[in-house]
Design a protein around this ligand. Structure first.
Ligand code: MSS
Length: 366
């Protein structure tokens, strides 16, 4: 394994050996570090910040954090303390950066060359957004989007719209959305969006607004650059604009995590080929594994409990590996019989790569 570049101070509590530090704001989980027990521990969960994370001090008194709610009958500020009185729900979701897998696009789009590790499966606990809207008298009317604004301090001297983290998702996403203050059984760490984070199950990472300070039900999408031109599925070499689809829902996807070459030389014999698979927004139906780069496939077994359609599932297939070169691949299918694609379309931002071929894992067995 490559020597671990050191973790920046705000995440120095993470498990450095298990992470790949691209930059101070882009840190991914090693393929071999996902384990087989579904949930990704906070110490191994990837980090992606579009702006530097706020001071740790914002989680000193998490209950006092206040968020504006707009586009409802009775718009007002609500503190986390008040939100905690409106309901509790827990959901397991795959948190996955829109650019996860970018490093596997042949067209070499610019941006962090994430492999598989800008993703994790975590448990969130918080209040359903539905409850909050109901408590404030319902929607004001005319809303088509749910817009969340991050609580970062914006750099001075720049047009705020050009840097702020503000994303709009279709209003229907509200049905499953949560305002979360807990992750994996612990108060939400500020690096992952504490005191309060908007969780939009089934939607890619960028839509899950950290340290949320405003939740608005709006007629139009945000005009912040990150929404208007950023995170758009535009053709290679072109700038994104509102005519291109926004990066919202995630696709059915899977990849192999073991045996991984990074954990040492592989010996011939029986191995448990394992990995993770997700349905995106739909439940997962099955996963197939190939040890010959996709020429032949066998159905794998899903491991452990089903944590719902927004979580991933671990899968395993025992295989006997002879000495030589092998290419391990997996392809998932959702309950509507959509197979994970073989190759995802190239796009300027290198978003939403779920192609099984480029995610295949070449190994050498001695
Ligand atoms: N939020 C805020 N506030 N800020 C920022 O920067 N980023 C994004 C999300 N949210 C941000 C937010 C992104 S982009 C992502 S992925 C995510 O987040 C991550 O998370 P974590 O926790 O892991 O760090 Mo891509 O699509």
């Amino acid at each position: 394994a490559a020597p671990a570049r050191s973790l920046p101070p705000y995440v120095d509590w993470k498990d450095a050996e298990q992470m790949i530090v691209h930059t101070g704001t882009t840190i991914e989980t090693r393929r071999s570090a996902f384990g087989t027990s579904i949930i990704t521990p906070a110490e191994r969960l990837y980090i992606r910040n579009n702006l530097p994370a706020p001071e740790v001090g914002i989680v000193a008194d998490p209950d006092a954090w206040a968020m504006a709610v707009e586009g409802v009958q009775q718009p007002r500020y609500l503190t986390v303390r008040e939100l905690k009185a409106l309901g509790i729900e827990t959901v397991a979701t795959v948190l996955q950066c829109s650019g996860n897998g970018r490093g596997y696009f042949a067209g070499k789009p610019s941006g962090t060359k994430w492999t598989v590790g800008a993703a994790g499966c975590v448990l969130w606990s918080g209040v359903p957004v539905r409850n909050v809207v109901a408590a404030l008298g319902g929607l004001a009317g005319g809303a088509r989007f749910m817009t969340g604004t991050g609580g970062e301090k914006l750099p001075e001297g720049l047009d705020p719209r050009s840097v702020m983290v503000e994303r709009s998702v279709p209003l229907k996403a509200m049905q499953d959305a949560l305002l979360a203050w807990e992750m994996n059984g612990e108060p939400l760490h500020h690096a992952h969006g504490g005191p309060l984070r908007l969780v939009v199950p089934g939607y890619s990472g960028v839509n899950n607004i950290k340290y949320i300070k405003r939740l608005a039900f709006t007629a139009a999408e945000s005009d912040a650059a990150i929404q208007k031109t950023g995170y758009r599925m535009s053709p290679p070499g072109t700038k994104g604009d509102p005519s291109h689809p926004s990066v919202w829902e995630m696709d059915v996807k899977s990849w192999i995590n073991g045996p991984a070459p990074e954990t040492g030389p592989l010996r011939a014999g029986w191995v448990q080929v394992h990995g993770v698979a997700m349905g995106g927004t739909r439940p997962l139906r099955r996963v197939d594994v190939s040890i010959d780069g996709g020429q032949t496939w066998r159905e794998a077994r899903l491991v452990g409990p089903d944590l719902g359609r927004f979580a991933w599932r671990q899968f395993v297939l025992p295989v006997q590996l002879p000495p030589g070169q092998h290419v391990l691949a997996s392809r998932a299918q959702d309950t509507q019989f959509n197979w994970q694609v073989e190759t995802s379309p190239e796009n300027a931002g290198g978003y939403l790569n779920s192609g099984w071929r480029s995610h295949a894992l070449p190994i050498t067995v001695a």
